[in-house]
Design a protein around this ligand. Structure first.
Ligand code: HEC
Ligand code: HEC
Length: 753
């Protein structure tokens, strides 16, 4: 292990080399190589600095544009906004600062902007839903992570042409979704001796070990790609944490009955790293800040999700076993709140990005739901710490810096004095003085919507993506620090519904094991009056009913309240009252949900097999239950609340179908929380037919997430029947391809009644 001093000497040395070498070799071949960009490893980000450290460039995903901010002499002023493709999520500057490359997630393209003219000079077609871009150390190659086609596109930056598609699996596979990139930098002029690190967005079951509902049932994945051979060489398993430091008062999966809730210390809880939005290299290690999902019941706000900082050893390409739970010590912190009683002592919920200083082991983690960045320090081994208290009574020394709404990216200037934070919902950039740890400016990067409807939807998006707001206006919470959306900022919709979709986790809920449902299933986007009956047991009928998740899962004060601002006790699933129209913020969440787009399928609607598969889908009778614009017959055909005769045991009986997917022998087929924990789960009356919109990237499948491929779904004759389409290998493959191609572009079949 190098001492800190030697390490920084080497870094300074590399800096000097990087500046001098191109000059020294002025007349040799090497000048043909672009200027040596930076002595540091790179990682993908929605916000970057130019190499001169004069401009910050940031994407505006909801405005289909990028903005350049002049940061020279602390001007912090937006200078240019340039239109790009739809939903830009990541960008990078070329090594000589002449070009900006922007990944447009919805368009499946990379826009090339000339910095001299501020014009888009080229648009390069890449894979499906490109999410991240990173440049090789000398800038010769651009790598693009195609999150919905399981591949990386390689672009030669001299010609701006795609030279190769590096596959992470033989064919596009919805279980493999490359989301964030980092690339090593050995400091020489050769870009063909590096390694690219690629995160898989969602945690996966281990091979032949499908254990829905377990706190250690899944693991994260990082793929390693060799830049010389341009192929996948290794897959690193990012291990769950077995003891997060938060105990629970029982365990559904382990059949330990819930004890009194004032005695929560019965069972240690684990968590697996999920939502792998970012990866950063520092020294010979890589760091991932991830949401630690804890699906086992009983659900309580503090044993639901954690904030894991995992470390990968780049010498052995293995998990370094140095994972920390950044939330751990926060439970011992003295409570602090602002004048409106909002929690200032808040958890690091949904860490979305991180960055380290160049010359020290200090960095910052972006907590996207808690609207803050948190300082993190690495010890000599490389283990991270936010300097939280170690036990009750120890005040700790956490540095939290409050930033804009829903921060999702961070970049640190080369002189280590400033950090720039990209805030998705407030559409601005927070400039942070990281010597004194204080905010010095907020720069608007894109305008907020102006028409009323879009403003309403934006309000809903804000609430969906926060663990804190809305601000209290002096209104009462049950106790100080609780917050409307969660207890001490420890929860929010996004933690289980990233981008409004699904975290792929099977949560042990009051009905039984329930995979988080992607919310693109819920409304006909062209006609939002067409809405689904909700949940696998059809026990809810309005998005507003999910107020109960805020209150019960996340421990928040909630939005629906009485005139005196106390929580309205009359909020229930189906009856007696409709929950729509009772609180404008809750209605705004529903309005936002109605806009969530389906993941885009990599399979073209024009593919011949897809076209044949479409006919087979009809022929095999799938349309009996998967038709209409929602690709599910579970359309709500009443105005809430439903008549009493529609309800059986709290379910809208008419939509349920018995399809033989309930297996009582499974360890997880039990009620996950509440007084009846451990008793048989719901499902004897059947399940609510799933929508198939975006099924490609919305797995694992079924109510209990027990299947990972469509082929497995088709193995159950009680579900799909016995039509001979299913036994012909060729036709079966065509049917599967069609099913995997269904997204918002696919023409639906008329609703079968
Ligand atoms: C702890 C994880 C978790 C959190 C937090 C969470 N959900 Fe969910 N959500 C789920 C699961 C699991 C299901 C499926 C439940 C079932 O079928 O019974 C679900 C289902 C839904 C559905 C039904 C979709 C359909 O088509 O049937 C909606 C709507 C929804 N959630 C909205 C929200 C909103 C709004 C929030 C924030 C207030 C939220 N959820 C927070 C896990 C979560
Ligand atoms: C009788 C009604 C019915 C028919 C017919 C039917 N399904 Fe389903 N399907 C369901 C129900 C109900 C579920 C949810 C079951 C569960 O979660 O346990 C489901 C779930 C699925 C899922 C899982 C989706 C997800 O995200 O979890 C797929 C894929 C699917 N069906 C495909 C098909 C195909 C393909 C056919 C035709 C070969 C078909 N289904 C025929 C009722 C039906």
């Amino acid at each position: 292990m190098l001492s800190r001093k030697r390490r920084s000497l080497i870094i300074i040395g590399l800096f000097v080399l990087g500046v001098l070498l191109p000059v020294i070799n002025k007349n040799s071949e090497i000048t043909k190589v672009k200027a040596f960009a930076s002595p540091f490893p790179n990682n993908s980000s929605p916000i970057v600095l130019n190499n001169g450290n004069r401009f910050v460039w940031v994407v505006n995903p909801d405005n289909n544009s990028v903005t350049r901010i002049d940061i020279g002499d602390e001007r912090n002023f937006p200078t240019i906004t340039i239109a790009v493709g739809r939903e830009p999520q990541s960008l990078v500057l070329s090594a000589d600062d002449t070009k900006v490359y922007v990944a447009n997630t919805v368009d499946g393209t990379v826009s090339v902007i000339s910095t001299a003219t501020s014009q888009v000079v080229n648009t390069i077609k890449v894979g499906t839903e490109p999410r991240a871009v990173v440049l090789s150390p000398n800038g010769t190659k651009l790598y693009v992570a195609n999150s919905n086609s399981s591949s990386l596109s390689v672009i030669d930056t001299k010609t701006d042409k795609v030279t190769k598609e590096i596959r992470l699996s033989a064919a596009p596979d919805g279980n493999i979704r490359p989301y964030a990139l980092a690339i090593t930098n050995d400091g020489d002029f050769d870009d063909n001796d590096e390694r690219i690190l690629v995160t898989n967005f969602l945690a996966q079951y281990r091979p032949n070990d499908v254990r829905p509902g377990f706190d250690d049932g899944k693991a994260g994945q990082v793929f390693i790609i060799d830049t010389a051979r341009e192929l996948l060489t290794d897959t690193i398993t990012v291990e769950p944490m077995m003891d997060t430091g938060f105990s629970s008062n029982g365990s559904a999966i382990k059949r330990i009955a819930a004890g009194p809730s004032d005695r929560p210390n019965l069972v240690a809880t684990g968590a697996f790293p999920n939502l792998l939005n970012s990866i950063v290299i520092k020294g010979n290690k890589a760091y991932l800040a991830a949401t630690g999902s804890q699906p086992d019941g009983p659900v309580r706000f503090n044993t639901n999700v954690q904030s894991l900082l995992s470390v990968i050893d780049l010498q052995s390409n293995r998990d370094a076993n140095l994972t920390t739970n950044m939330n751990f010590g926060i439970q011992f912190e003295p409570d602090k709140f602002d004048l409106q009683n909002n929690p200032l002592t808040r958890f690091v919920t949904v860490p979305y990005a991180l960055a380290f200083k160049k010359t020290s082991n200090t960095g910052y983690v972006v907590s996207s739901l808690s609207n803050m960045i948190v300082q993190v320090n690495l010890d000599d081994q490389g283990k991270g710490s936010i300097n939280a208290p170690k036990a009750m009574g120890d005040p700790g020394n956490i540095t939290r810096i409050l930033v804009g709404k829903n921060p999702r990216g961070i970049i640190i200037r080369n002189d280590d004095t400033r950090a720039y934070v990209m805030n998705y919902v407030s559409r601005d950039v927070t400039v942070v003085d990281i010597v004194n740890n204080k905010v010095i400016a907020t720069v608007t990067s894109a305008p907020q919507p102006t028409d009323q409807r879009s403003q309403f939807i934006q309000r809903g998006k804000e609430l969906f993506n926060t663990s804190i707001g809305p601000i209290f206006d002096g209104q009462a919470a049950t106790f100080k620090g609780q917050g409307r959306m969660s207890n001490h900022g420890m929860g929010g919709c996004f933690e289980c519904h990233p981008e409004g979709l699904s975290d792929g986790v099977v949560w042990m809920f009051p009905d039984g094991p329930r995979r988080a449902i992607p919310l693109n299933w819920d409304f006909d986007k062209k006609n939002p009056s067409i809405e689904r009956v909700y949940n696998f047991s059809a026990n809810r009928d309005e998005v507003q009913d999910f107020e109960l998740n805020t209150r019960n899962v996340s421990g928040g004060a909630g939005l629906i309240r009485l005139a005196n601002n106390e929580q309205d006790p009359m909020v229930a699933n189906l009856t007696p009252l409709a929950n729509t129209g009772r609180n404008p913020d809750q209605d705004a969440i529903a309005a936002y949900v109605s806009t969530i787009r389906a993941p885009i399928s990599p399979f073209s609607q024009d593919d011949l097999d897809v076209k044949k598969g479409r006919k087979l889908f009809e022929k095999a009778g799938c349309v009996t239950c998967h038709s209409g614009s929602l690709w599910s017959t579970a359309i709500r055909d009443f105005s809430p609340p439903p008549a009493a005769d529609r309800i059986k045991d709290g379910q809208i009986l008419s939509v349920l179908k018995k399809v033989g997917t309930l297996d009582r022998n499974k360890t997880h087929e039990i009620i996950g929380t509440g007084a009846t924990m451990g008793q048989p789960s719901r499902g004897d009356d059947g399940f609510n037919p799933s929508s198939l919109l975006g099924v490609y990237a919305n797995g694992p499948y079924l109510h209990d997430g027990s299947l990972t491929t469509i082929d497995q779904v088709l193995n159950n004759p009680n579900h799909v029947g016995t039509n001979k389409v299913l036994s012909s290998p060729k036709k079966r493959a065509q049917l599967i391809k069609f099913v995997l191609s269904i997204d918002d572009r696919t023409e639906p079949f008329p609703l079968k009644k």
